[in-house]
Ligand binder design. Structure first.
Ligand code: SF4
Length: 318
């Protein structure tokens, strides 16, 4: 069976997990291609206008894979290892896709709770049995995949090397001289904004050209993030996983960086809260918010990056 896996939303955190789950089985995984204008316009046709930008890209990915695969994987992710909820739009992604054609080819999983291995295993078995996987093989692969994901979260496997290697900038061409970056900033936001070159307009490359290097949430440990958010003594315990992940990363790294650029999705509910918290708790360094949406204003975008680079220069010179 050819099982399509959309390149969006869960892809950046769970690619290796999915690879291990289907390793040495009859299922051939077909990864979605890089996002593009075509994928975005296909996705925009199938979801409501008010949907966030990453959801539209995800719908376009699923539509494109439906044409080439026997089935397309649509996970219903509920909680990650921390036991916190994912955003409501991620929980309801299968419902968001109800207008896609060939609904019988969408392999929608049962709810997935990564903080409960027995429940997770049961849900994933329901998925894998549909692909014809043998029960014994499933148990072996599940154990391997779950251990990997757990090790990655707890820092036993280095996240940066193991999970983000494919998103690193291309190596220099022969003879090309790379100057050390003058500044270092945190590129904050949901992983599908930070690592998707199409969604963020190749921001890492643009910043690099301005002498600004980037770090991401993969440069802060899970435990350290949790600890630094706990130390803020917020009035309400953070509800969403992304809140701790993004705010915690910023708190952990703020003394090692010159600024923060937050890549925010148009129409994202959690971002509205996270940005306010960032502004409240990060006073030492500049924070700039860039809204990502389908109406890409390249010129305005680049001007803002240049202005941010000027601001960093100015701060250093005074
Ligand atoms: S967290 Fe924001 S960007 Fe991500 S799926 Fe939810 S609404 Fe969309």
């Amino acid at each position: 069976m050819r099982l399509g896996v959309p390149r969006g939303l869960f892809y950046y955190d769970y690619k290796k997990f999915i690879t291990l789950l289907f390793e040495d089985t009859e299922t051939e995984l077909v990864w979605g291609e890089e996002n593009s204008d075509d994928i975005l316009s296909a996705g925009s046709r199938f979801v409501v206008d008010e949907a966030c930008f990453p959801t539209k890209l995800f719908a376009g990915q699923a539509a494109s894979l439906l044409e080439k695969c026997d089935a397309v994987l649509i996970p219903r992710l509920m909680k990650d290892f921390s036991g916190r909820w994912l955003c409501p739009k991620l929980l309801g992604i299968p419902e968001m896709l109800w207008e896609l054609p060939c609904q019988d080819k969408l392999f929608i999983t049962d709810p997935l709770y990564f903080d409960d291995s027995r429940r997770l295993k049961k849900s994933l078995w329901e998925l894998c049995r549909k692909t014809g996987m043998d029960r014994k093989k499933f148990s072996m692969n599940f154990s391997k995949a779950y251990k990997y994901q757990n090790d990655m979260i707890s820092g036993v496997v280095h996240q940066h090397v193991e999970a983000a290697w494919e998103f690193a900038p291309a190596p220099p061409a022969e003879g090309e001289i790379i100057l050390p970056n003058t500044f270092r900033i945190l590129l904050a936001g949901h992983c599908y904004n930070v690592y998707d070159k199409y969604a963020n307009g190749e921001i890492m490359k643009k910043l690099d050209a301005l002498g600004i290097g980037t770090v991401t949430e993969r440069d802060a440990g899970h435990k350290e993030r949790e600890k630094s958010v706990a130390e803020l003594s917020l009035i309400k315990t953070p509800f969403w996983e992304s809140m701790v992940r993004i705010l915690g990363t910023a708190m952990c790294l703020k003394n090692q960086i010159d600024g923060i650029i937050y890549l925010s999705s148009f129409s994202c509910g959690p971002d509205a809260f996270i940005i306010e918290l960032l502004k409240e708790h990060i006073k030492e360094i500049p924070v700039m918010v860039l809204k990502l949406d389908e109406h890409k204003g390249e010129a305005g975008y680049e001007t803002r990056l240049e202005a941010f680079a000027d601001l960093l220069e100015h701060r250093r010179s005074v």
